[in-house]
Design a protein around this ligand. Structure first.
Ligand code: NAD
Length: 256
């Protein structure tokens, strides 16, 4: 575990203070300490479930079967999870003006629940359902999901408003991410393996624009050897807890 006086952490806090437009890019790893497994790796979602459930062709061919698994993973289970220290500190950094936005690949809504405001939902959000016929969207909490697949008043099937394998990235989210990456001079990569394209291309775009890259992950990712300037090896919750103290403890002491 990294100590709070680790030179890499001190350097990171310094880079964050000096950055003009720091943003974060997060993946499944930021929610692991909330109890939500990542897709890949030990204990990952694909050890228990068949990835075909999240292919769009399978969803349209077998909506009831697909929905039975989707309900278990994304609503029964994820619905019970809450933000962890990493989500909280990222929201705190934004409220203190030390983070401009988060581009997240996650669909669990935990950044938003923790209070982050500028969140680009690159892969959508499981808390919304969208009718595949009339495009009406409804909060998932308004539907019981007792009878599957859930149906819209128009008779169409509701689909979670997140990106399935084989679907395009929502245009608005894609454009918003391009705008954020063009502006940023520091990118904080948190808990992503860099395996899922086109999201995986975001760090190299930031790098091309001259941004510094800081990465937080317990294991090296596709970025660590090639793009990352500062690699903070550890769990997101623990590292962000240290960063929060390094960035804001002086301020807290002054207020006491
Ligand atoms: P991934 O499963 O490919 O990789 C997860 C990464 O997180 C790994 O590099 C792993 O080493 C790291 N990690 C594990 N524990 C961590 C911790 N405590 N702190 C920091 N990092 C940790 O995930 P991905 O790169 O985000 O790509 C998978 C795709 O699946 C994405 O589109 C993602 O949105 C989606 N997904 C989302 C959720 C969610 O919404 N919570 C969960 C699973 C998958």
């Amino acid at each position: 575990m990294m100590r709070i006086d680790d030179p890499l952490l001190i350097r990171t806090a310094d880079m964050l203070r000096k950055a003009r437009y720091p943003i974060a890019f997060t993946g499944a790893g930021v929610s692991v300490e909330s109890g939500i497994p990542a897709f890949r790796g030990d204990g990952g979602i694909w050890e228990k479930y068949d990835p075909k459930t999240l292919y769009i062709d399978y969803f349209y061919a077998s909506p009831k079967e697909a929905w039975e698994v989707i309900r278990e993973i994304f609503y029964t289970f994820m619905g019970r999870c809450s933000p962890n220290r990493a989500h909280e500190v990222l929201a705190h950094m934004e409220s203190e003006g030390m983070l401009k936005a988060i581009i997240t690949q996650n669909i669990d809504n935990l950044h938003q629940q923790a209070g982050s405001r500028e969140v680009v939902e690159f892969h959508g959000n499981s808390q919304r359902l969208c009718c595949t016929r009339c495009s009406l969207t409804r909060p998932a909490s308004e539907l019981t999901l007792e009878t599957l697949p859930p149906l819209c008043e128009c008779g169409g099937i509701f689909k979670p408003d997140f990106v399935f394998f084989g679907e395009n990235i929502p245009e608005q989210a894609f454009q918003a991410s391009v705008r954020e990456v063009e502006q940023c001079d520091l990118l904080l990569i948190v808990g992503t393996s860099g395996e899922v394209a086109p999201a995986s291309l975001i760090p190299s775009q930031a790098r091309r624009n001259g941004a510094d890259i800081i990465e937080i992950n317990p294991s090296p990712s596709n970025y660590t050897a090639t793009l990352t300037d500062v690699f903070l090896q550890g769990k997101a919750g623990e590292i962000f807890d240290h960063l929060d103290q390094l960035l804001f403890s002086d301020k807290k002491n002054m207020n006491e």
